[in-house]
Write a protein that binds this ligand. Structure first.
Ligand code: PXL
Length: 269
Protein backbone atom coordinates (compact mmCIF):
# COMPACT_ATOMS: atom_id res chain seq x y z
CA UNK A 1 0.00 0.00 0.00
CA UNK A 2 1.47 3.33 -1.09
CA UNK A 3 1.17 6.27 1.30
CA UNK A 4 -1.03 9.06 -0.05
CA UNK A 5 0.08 12.62 -0.77
CA UNK A 6 -1.02 15.16 1.85
CA UNK A 7 -2.64 18.58 1.70
CA UNK A 8 -3.70 21.05 4.37
CA UNK A 9 -6.66 23.38 4.20
CA UNK A 10 -6.86 26.52 6.31
CA UNK A 11 -10.54 27.32 6.02
CA UNK A 12 -13.85 27.89 7.75
CA UNK A 13 -16.62 25.43 8.53
CA UNK A 14 -19.87 25.87 6.62
CA UNK A 15 -22.16 23.55 8.49
CA UNK A 16 -24.42 22.39 5.66
CA UNK A 17 -21.39 20.99 3.81
CA UNK A 18 -21.73 23.14 0.70
CA UNK A 19 -18.64 25.29 1.20
CA UNK A 20 -15.49 25.69 3.25
CA UNK A 21 -13.42 23.01 4.94
CA UNK A 22 -16.09 20.34 4.38
CA UNK A 23 -15.78 20.83 0.62
CA UNK A 24 -11.99 20.88 0.77
CA UNK A 25 -11.80 17.56 2.61
CA UNK A 26 -14.32 15.90 0.28
CA UNK A 27 -12.36 17.17 -2.72
CA UNK A 28 -9.03 15.97 -1.31
CA UNK A 29 -10.50 12.55 -0.53
CA UNK A 30 -11.96 12.25 -4.02
CA UNK A 31 -8.44 12.79 -5.40
CA UNK A 32 -6.83 10.24 -3.07
CA UNK A 33 -5.17 13.02 -1.07
CA UNK A 34 -5.02 12.83 2.74
CA UNK A 35 -6.38 16.09 4.18
CA UNK A 36 -5.78 18.04 7.37
CA UNK A 37 -7.73 21.13 8.48
CA UNK A 38 -6.89 24.21 10.49
CA UNK A 39 -10.33 25.71 11.14
CA UNK A 40 -10.53 29.53 11.00
CA UNK A 41 -14.20 30.23 11.65
CA UNK A 42 -17.64 28.67 11.92
CA UNK A 43 -20.36 29.80 9.53
CA UNK A 44 -23.98 28.84 10.26
CA UNK A 45 -26.50 30.11 7.73
CA UNK A 46 -29.60 31.61 9.32
CA UNK A 47 -32.77 30.17 7.74
CA UNK A 48 -34.82 32.71 9.74
CA UNK A 49 -32.93 35.64 8.19
CA UNK A 50 -32.83 34.86 4.49
CA UNK A 51 -29.99 32.34 4.94
CA UNK A 52 -27.56 35.12 5.91
CA UNK A 53 -24.20 34.23 7.45
CA UNK A 54 -23.77 33.81 11.17
CA UNK A 55 -19.99 34.04 11.50
CA UNK A 56 -17.92 33.11 14.56
CA UNK A 57 -14.13 33.41 14.26
CA UNK A 58 -11.89 30.85 15.95
CA UNK A 59 -9.48 32.44 18.48
CA UNK A 60 -6.15 33.25 16.81
CA UNK A 61 -4.29 31.19 19.43
CA UNK A 62 -6.46 28.16 18.62
CA UNK A 63 -5.69 28.59 14.93
CA UNK A 64 -1.97 28.79 15.74
CA UNK A 65 -2.31 25.65 17.91
CA UNK A 66 -3.93 23.71 15.08
CA UNK A 67 -1.20 24.78 12.66
CA UNK A 68 1.47 23.83 15.19
CA UNK A 69 -0.03 20.35 15.58
CA UNK A 70 -0.32 19.82 11.83
CA UNK A 71 3.10 21.15 10.82
CA UNK A 72 4.81 19.25 13.64
CA UNK A 73 3.08 15.98 12.78
CA UNK A 74 3.90 16.36 9.09
CA UNK A 75 7.25 17.81 8.06
CA UNK A 76 7.92 19.62 4.77
CA UNK A 77 8.86 16.34 3.05
CA UNK A 78 5.40 14.96 3.74
CA UNK A 79 3.16 18.05 3.64
CA UNK A 80 4.08 20.82 1.21
CA UNK A 81 0.70 21.94 -0.16
CA UNK A 82 -1.72 24.27 1.61
CA UNK A 83 -5.03 25.61 0.44
CA UNK A 84 -6.35 28.79 2.03
CA UNK A 85 -10.04 29.55 2.09
CA UNK A 86 -12.07 31.85 4.30
CA UNK A 87 -10.00 33.67 6.91
CA UNK A 88 -12.53 36.32 7.84
CA UNK A 89 -10.75 38.71 10.23
CA UNK A 90 -7.51 40.71 10.25
CA UNK A 91 -6.40 38.84 13.41
CA UNK A 92 -6.87 35.48 11.67
CA UNK A 93 -4.98 36.74 8.62
CA UNK A 94 -2.09 37.89 10.81
CA UNK A 95 -1.87 34.46 12.47
CA UNK A 96 -2.11 32.50 9.22
CA UNK A 97 0.36 34.76 7.40
CA UNK A 98 2.85 34.24 10.23
CA UNK A 99 2.48 30.45 10.09
CA UNK A 100 2.91 30.48 6.30
CA UNK A 101 6.11 32.50 6.58
CA UNK A 102 7.45 30.17 9.26
CA UNK A 103 6.80 26.95 7.31
CA UNK A 104 7.44 28.12 3.76
CA UNK A 105 5.09 25.70 1.98
CA UNK A 106 6.06 24.86 -1.61
CA UNK A 107 2.51 25.38 -2.86
CA UNK A 108 0.16 27.95 -1.35
CA UNK A 109 -3.19 27.89 -3.16
CA UNK A 110 -5.20 30.95 -2.18
CA UNK A 111 -8.94 31.17 -2.74
CA UNK A 112 -9.13 34.88 -1.89
CA UNK A 113 -12.55 34.76 -0.23
CA UNK A 114 -13.30 38.46 0.19
CA UNK A 115 -17.01 38.23 0.77
CA UNK A 116 -19.37 35.28 0.48
CA UNK A 117 -22.42 35.31 -1.73
CA UNK A 118 -25.08 37.20 0.18
CA UNK A 119 -22.69 39.26 2.32
CA UNK A 120 -22.66 43.03 2.14
CA UNK A 121 -19.83 44.30 -0.15
CA UNK A 122 -17.52 46.71 1.61
CA UNK A 123 -18.36 45.31 5.04
CA UNK A 124 -14.92 43.84 5.34
CA UNK A 125 -12.51 46.36 3.86
CA UNK A 126 -9.85 45.92 6.54
CA UNK A 127 -9.96 42.14 6.03
CA UNK A 128 -9.57 42.56 2.27
CA UNK A 129 -6.59 44.86 2.73
CA UNK A 130 -4.91 42.51 5.21
CA UNK A 131 -5.42 39.57 2.83
CA UNK A 132 -3.86 41.51 -0.05
CA UNK A 133 -0.93 42.76 2.03
CA UNK A 134 -0.07 39.64 4.03
CA UNK A 135 -1.36 36.50 2.32
CA UNK A 136 -1.44 37.26 -1.42
CA UNK A 137 2.35 37.86 -1.60
CA UNK A 138 2.90 34.35 -0.18
CA UNK A 139 0.53 32.64 -2.60
CA UNK A 140 1.90 30.51 -5.44
CA UNK A 141 -1.54 29.96 -7.02
CA UNK A 142 -4.62 32.24 -6.72
CA UNK A 143 -8.19 31.48 -7.81
CA UNK A 144 -10.16 34.75 -7.70
CA UNK A 145 -13.80 34.84 -8.81
CA UNK A 146 -15.14 37.72 -10.90
CA UNK A 147 -15.60 40.08 -7.95
CA UNK A 148 -12.28 39.14 -6.35
CA UNK A 149 -10.51 39.57 -9.69
CA UNK A 150 -11.79 43.15 -9.93
CA UNK A 151 -10.80 43.84 -6.36
CA UNK A 152 -7.29 42.32 -6.59
CA UNK A 153 -6.52 43.87 -10.01
CA UNK A 154 -7.98 47.28 -9.20
CA UNK A 155 -10.17 47.13 -12.32
CA UNK A 156 -13.64 48.54 -11.75
CA UNK A 157 -15.39 46.43 -14.37
CA UNK A 158 -14.64 43.19 -16.24
CA UNK A 159 -17.08 42.36 -18.99
CA UNK A 160 -14.97 40.57 -21.62
CA UNK A 161 -12.35 37.83 -21.92
CA UNK A 162 -9.75 40.51 -22.79
CA UNK A 163 -10.49 42.42 -19.61
CA UNK A 164 -10.42 39.22 -17.55
CA UNK A 165 -7.03 38.42 -19.10
CA UNK A 166 -5.67 41.89 -18.35
CA UNK A 167 -6.87 41.59 -14.75
CA UNK A 168 -5.31 38.14 -14.33
CA UNK A 169 -1.99 39.49 -15.69
CA UNK A 170 -2.06 42.34 -13.22
CA UNK A 171 -2.67 39.96 -10.31
CA UNK A 172 0.13 37.68 -11.53
CA UNK A 173 2.54 40.62 -11.82
CA UNK A 174 1.66 41.91 -8.36
CA UNK A 175 1.89 38.53 -6.60
CA UNK A 176 4.15 36.30 -8.71
CA UNK A 177 1.52 33.58 -8.33
CA UNK A 178 -0.13 31.53 -11.05
CA UNK A 179 -3.61 33.03 -11.46
CA UNK A 180 -6.80 31.25 -12.44
CA UNK A 181 -9.35 34.07 -12.75
CA UNK A 182 -12.93 32.86 -13.04
CA UNK A 183 -15.45 34.62 -15.23
CA UNK A 184 -18.24 32.34 -13.99
CA UNK A 185 -21.71 33.54 -14.99
CA UNK A 186 -20.53 37.16 -15.18
CA UNK A 187 -19.21 37.21 -18.74
CA UNK A 188 -21.68 37.04 -21.64
CA UNK A 189 -22.05 33.90 -23.77
CA UNK A 190 -22.81 30.22 -23.29
CA UNK A 191 -19.36 29.28 -22.04
CA UNK A 192 -17.97 29.61 -18.52
CA UNK A 193 -14.58 31.27 -19.16
CA UNK A 194 -11.56 31.16 -16.87
CA UNK A 195 -8.21 32.74 -17.66
CA UNK A 196 -4.95 31.17 -16.51
CA UNK A 197 -1.78 33.28 -16.31
CA UNK A 198 1.66 32.36 -15.02
CA UNK A 199 5.19 33.49 -15.91
CA UNK A 200 5.21 31.35 -19.06
CA UNK A 201 1.70 31.29 -20.40
CA UNK A 202 -1.70 32.87 -20.76
CA UNK A 203 -4.51 30.43 -21.50
CA UNK A 204 -8.26 30.76 -21.83
CA UNK A 205 -10.20 27.80 -20.45
CA UNK A 206 -13.81 27.35 -21.34
CA UNK A 207 -16.51 24.94 -20.33
CA UNK A 208 -20.29 24.88 -20.57
CA UNK A 209 -22.24 27.28 -18.35
CA UNK A 210 -24.34 24.93 -16.25
CA UNK A 211 -27.19 25.44 -13.83
CA UNK A 212 -29.23 27.78 -16.06
CA UNK A 213 -27.15 30.80 -15.04
CA UNK A 214 -27.85 30.10 -11.36
CA UNK A 215 -24.70 30.27 -9.27
CA UNK A 216 -23.96 27.01 -7.58
CA UNK A 217 -22.43 27.46 -4.13
CA UNK A 218 -19.17 25.76 -3.30
CA UNK A 219 -17.73 25.88 -6.81
CA UNK A 220 -14.92 28.24 -5.79
CA UNK A 221 -13.93 26.15 -2.77
CA UNK A 222 -14.07 22.98 -4.86
CA UNK A 223 -11.93 24.47 -7.64
CA UNK A 224 -9.15 25.69 -5.33
CA UNK A 225 -9.17 22.44 -3.34
CA UNK A 226 -8.94 20.43 -6.56
CA UNK A 227 -5.97 22.56 -7.67
CA UNK A 228 -4.29 21.87 -4.31
CA UNK A 229 -5.02 18.14 -4.60
CA UNK A 230 -3.59 18.03 -8.13
CA UNK A 231 -0.44 19.86 -7.01
CA UNK A 232 -0.10 17.37 -4.12
CA UNK A 233 -0.35 14.59 -6.71
CA UNK A 234 2.54 16.19 -8.61
CA UNK A 235 0.73 18.02 -11.43
CA UNK A 236 2.22 21.16 -12.98
CA UNK A 237 0.18 24.30 -12.18
CA UNK A 238 -1.50 24.62 -15.59
CA UNK A 239 -2.35 20.90 -15.66
CA UNK A 240 -3.77 21.30 -12.15
CA UNK A 241 -5.92 24.21 -13.32
CA UNK A 242 -7.37 22.26 -16.26
CA UNK A 243 -8.06 19.14 -14.21
CA UNK A 244 -9.63 21.19 -11.42
CA UNK A 245 -11.98 22.95 -13.83
CA UNK A 246 -13.11 19.59 -15.14
CA UNK A 247 -13.64 18.27 -11.63
CA UNK A 248 -15.82 21.30 -10.78
CA UNK A 249 -17.80 20.93 -14.01
CA UNK A 250 -18.62 17.29 -13.09
CA UNK A 251 -19.54 18.39 -9.56
CA UNK A 252 -21.87 21.13 -10.85
CA UNK A 253 -23.52 18.67 -13.23
CA UNK A 254 -24.16 16.43 -10.23
CA UNK A 255 -25.22 19.31 -7.96
CA UNK A 256 -27.42 18.85 -4.93
CA UNK A 257 -30.48 20.86 -4.00
CA UNK A 258 -32.02 21.24 -0.57
CA UNK A 259 -34.39 23.47 1.39
CA UNK A 260 -31.74 26.19 1.23
CA UNK A 261 -32.15 28.66 -1.66
CA UNK A 262 -29.01 27.59 -3.51
CA UNK A 263 -27.68 24.42 -5.00
CA UNK A 264 -24.28 23.02 -4.07
CA UNK A 265 -21.50 21.13 -5.83
CA UNK A 266 -21.31 17.37 -5.29
CA UNK A 267 -17.64 16.43 -5.20
CA UNK A 268 -18.50 12.76 -5.49
CA UNK A 269 -20.03 13.18 -8.95
O1 PXL B 1 -17.85 30.07 -0.69
C1 PXL B 1 -17.12 30.86 0.18
C2 PXL B 1 -17.12 30.31 1.57
C3 PXL B 1 -15.94 29.79 2.07
N1 PXL B 1 -15.86 29.29 3.32
C4 PXL B 1 -16.91 29.29 4.14
C5 PXL B 1 -18.13 29.80 3.72
C6 PXL B 1 -18.25 30.32 2.39
C7 PXL B 1 -19.54 30.84 1.92
O2 PXL B 1 -20.55 30.69 2.54
O3 PXL B 1 -19.18 29.79 4.55
C8 PXL B 1 -16.75 28.74 5.51
Amino acid sequence: MQTPPLALTIAGSEATGGAGAQVDLKTFQQHGVFGSVALTCIVSFDPKADWGHRFVPVEPQVIADQLEAITTAYGPDQLDVVKIGMLGTPATIETVAGALRERGFGHVVLDPVLICKGQEPGAALDTDQALKAQVLPQATFVTPNHFETMSLSGMSSITSVDELTEAARRIHEASGAAVLAKGGVHLPGDEAIDVYVDAERTEVLSGPKLGDGVQVAGAGCTLAAAVAAQLALGAEPFEAAKAAKEFVTRGIEGRLSSSAPFEVVWQGA
